[in-house]
Design a protein around this ligand. Structure first.
Ligand SMILES: Cc1ncc(COP(=O)(O)O)c(C=O)c1O
Length: 358
């Protein structure tokens, strides 16, 4: 499928009376359709698998609903929001005004009441929930009520938590009142690198189809779409167990790490309800370390974390690891930060787990 094209007729493309611009597309079209149907069962609404990435899905969303001068409210990057929505990036590209969503760093969640008030006062065209660093679900209903009163569209950037949503955990954006859901398909959702767009709103869908046609996208990547359809089917069958395992592992890893020198934040809230954990920078400072140095020390031991203090449990969960392994990983991280070499142990643990296919 790599390198092949298919372009079905739609209201913008006539194809000289033929049903497709290209020949030999029957199976690709069938695979795409089955993938879209599976995604619609998992997420609700109408779903497209065409966006080439989460960022492109977001560009499609902006092109479809935002006009110059419109207000766009999102969580700022200082509070874990996606950098792309902040001033200077996508919002600027579409000549929109960025409005910061009120956020509480203690509970690591939006200030729901203030957010609803701000929406009613500022009447933004688009309100976007979702973060690059996301630990807890939002009160979607309260925000969606405010959006309905203000004529605002409510979107959920599920780039990080799509796998948990697919598994019926965390929260269900479209079913709980969001108009649009976009996301990456390769973070907690264990699919190929790519994007997804879903909406429950007919006008938004029409606008999306128009913008997917020779505007933000020309041809999609059919080998990726086939892999994504396969991953969606996997999530439909096994997603619940996978998503629950991720949540359990995050809580266990947070607990075991916090019993050592490297503390995780938000222990009073059970550390996390997502696939992410946050290292406590003050605990690191007391060891004369920071997020960057920890990342480098761990990488030299074949343990990979990012440089912004996030730890993720998706990959180890998909391999089938559980509480025992979280305890072992926390122990290895602690030893590595004391200067011990744990590369051998890390590789031995990893070698014991292989992806299981049904
Ligand atoms: C919340 C959020 N939205 C969108 C994106 C962009 O996704 P992609 O890398 O698939 O383009 C990211 C990237 O990390 C993200 O964290």
């Amino acid at each position: 499928m790599a390198g092949r094209y298919t372009l079905r007729s739609n209201e913008h493309i006539s194809n000289n009376g033929a049903s497709n611009s290209y020949g030999g597309t029957r199976y690709m079209d069938e695979v795409e359709q089955r993938g879209e149907e599976c995604a619609a069962k998992l997420f609700g609404g109408r779903v497209s698998l065409k966006p080439l990435s989460g960022h492109i899905a977001s560009l499609l969303m902006f092109a479809s609903v935002v006009r110059p001068g419109d207000g766009v409210m999102a969580i700022s990057s200082e509070n874990g929001g996606y950098d792309g929505y902040g001033p200077g990036y996508i919002t600027e590209l579409f000549s929109a005004r960025f409005l910061e969503m009120p956020f509480d760093r203690i509970s690591w969640n939006i200030r729901t009441e203030e957010t609803a008030q701000s929406i009613r006062k500022n009447r933004p065209r688009l309100v976007i929930l979702g973060q690059s660093f996301i630990l807890f679900p939002y009160d979607i209903k309260a925000v969606s009520d405010a959006c309905a009163d203000s004529g605002s569209l409510l979107a959920y950037d599920a780039s990080h938590v799509l796998g948990l949503i697919a598994g019926g955990r965390f929260q269900q954006p479209l079913k709980e009142g969001c108009d649009i859901m976009i996301g990456s398909t390769h973070k907690s959702f264990p699919g190929p690198q790519g994007g997804i767009f879903a909406t429950a709103d007919d006008d938004v869908w029409k606008s999306f189809v128009k913008n997917t046609t020779w505007r933000i996208i020309d041809n999609a990547h059919w080998n990726r779409i086939a892999a994504l359809a396969q991953a969606l089917e996997e999530m439909r069958r096994y997603g619940r167990g996978y998503a629950s395992r991720i949540q359990r592992n995050s809580k266990s890893l947070g607990k075991y790490l916090s019993a050592g020198r490297l503390k995780c934040m938000f222990g009073e809230k059970g550390y996390s309800m997502s696939h992410q954990l946050r290292m406590d920078p003050s605990a690191l400072a007391s060891m004369d370390m920071n997020f960057g140095s920890v990342s480098e020390i761990l990488e030299s031991n074949d343990i990979i974390v990012d440089t912004t203090g996030r730890l993720g449990t998706s990959e180890v969960s998909r391999l089938g690891m559980g509480d025992r392994e979280m305890r072992a990983i926390a122990g290895m991280i602690g030893e590595a930060l004391e200067g011990k070499k744990v590369r051998g142990k890390a590789n031995k643990l990893r070698r014991g787990f292989k992806l299981q296919y049904a």
